[in-house]
Unconditional design. Sequence first.
Length: 108
Amino acid sequence: MPHSASAKKRNRQNLRNRDRNRAVKSEIKSKIRKVLDAITSGDVATAKEQFRGMAKATDRAASSGTIHRNRAARIKSRLSARVKNAEKGTGATKPPAKGRKVSAKSSG
């Protein structure tokens, strides 16, 4: 437990900020899930609409420092590509399996 008044205040601020950051991160994850659900169901119009809301939320979180700006950019880039693939009608809406790398055949 903190002893000094400044340490007690800092502890209160940390707890409050942690709760706020958790809520913001949870909101972003929920919005990402909604975009992905719309893509898998084949509803491109809803996916685009959900994507706009998700992009706004990630930008807001990045500007406040809750998430890193590169993470926000990465999330938007990956989901944007998946929405575009769904719009084109290509089957490349699923990411490759984790841990599997696609490499060129080595000669030798």
